[in-house]
Each structure stands twice: as C-alpha cells, then as structure tokens.
Design a protein around this ligand. Structure first.
Ligand code: FES
Ligand code: FES
Length: 114
C-alpha cells in the first residue's frame, strides 16, 4: 500500500461529543482529522471510532500512528531535522621557530631568506 499523506506533523487536539467518528487515514481529507471521502481510489479506508462521553482527544495528523486514530508520538519520527552541535575545529598551525616572523607567533616564511 502507498504511504499516507502527512496532513500535519502533530496531532489534532479536538473536543468531541459522544458519537461515532471517522478518522482520515489517507491524509488527503480537507476536513482533517476526519474523513471527507477523498480517500476513494487510494487504497486507504477511514478508521471508525466511538466516543462515549464528551472529551478532548489527540487525533493523529501524521497518519503514521501505531494507535490509530490517536497520536502515539510517532509523528516525531516524521520531522527529521539536522541536529546542531558545536565542535572545536582541529587546525594545524605552523609556529615560528626562527623568531624573525612578522606575524608572531605564526610562521610567515621569513626563515627561507635566512
Ligand atoms: S500526529 Fe501522528 S503519531 Fe502523533
Ligand atoms: S479522506 Fe482520508 S480516509 Fe477518507
């Protein structure tokens, strides 16, 4: 099966009343996080779920949750960014040994004329 479209890389926090809902699994719905029929022909089908009491839920927006329709944190793996680290650059320098350089403490090649 094809990969679902990532609707967003974070869950949808929604307040739901008791009832039956259809979560969009394909990621193509214009009514996220709910199915609007856009999945037709994609091989995906919406996930039906029941809410028995008014509550807030976090519905998966990345469409990669292992606990559909709810977010299980898998969206964190869909948001790869480079990790910035600070490093000291190892650098080789030539320190003057003849003591005639005009660029102390570094060699400027003056020793070649001695
Ligand atoms: S939004 Fe998909 S796992 Fe969190
Ligand atoms: S529109 Fe995505 S599953 Fe129906």
């Amino acid at each position: 099966m094809a990969e679902p479209t990532i609707a967003q890389k974070a869950p949808y926090a929604v307040d739901l009343e008791p009832g039956t809902y259809w979560w969009c699994a394909c990621g193509k719905s214009a009514s996220q996080p709910f199915c609007d029929g856009s999945h037709k022909g994609s091989g995906f089908t919406p996930v039906k779920f029941e809410i028995s009491a008014a509550t807030k839920v976090w519905l998966c927006g990345c469409k990669h949750s292992g606990d559909q329709p709810f977010c299980d944190g898998s969206h964190k793996g869909t948001d790869f960014r480079p990790q910035l680290v600070e490093i000291e650059v190892a650098k080789q320098v030539a320190l003057c040994q003849c003591k005639r350089t005009r660029g102390q403490p570094f060699c400027d090649g003056t020793h070649k004329d001695l």
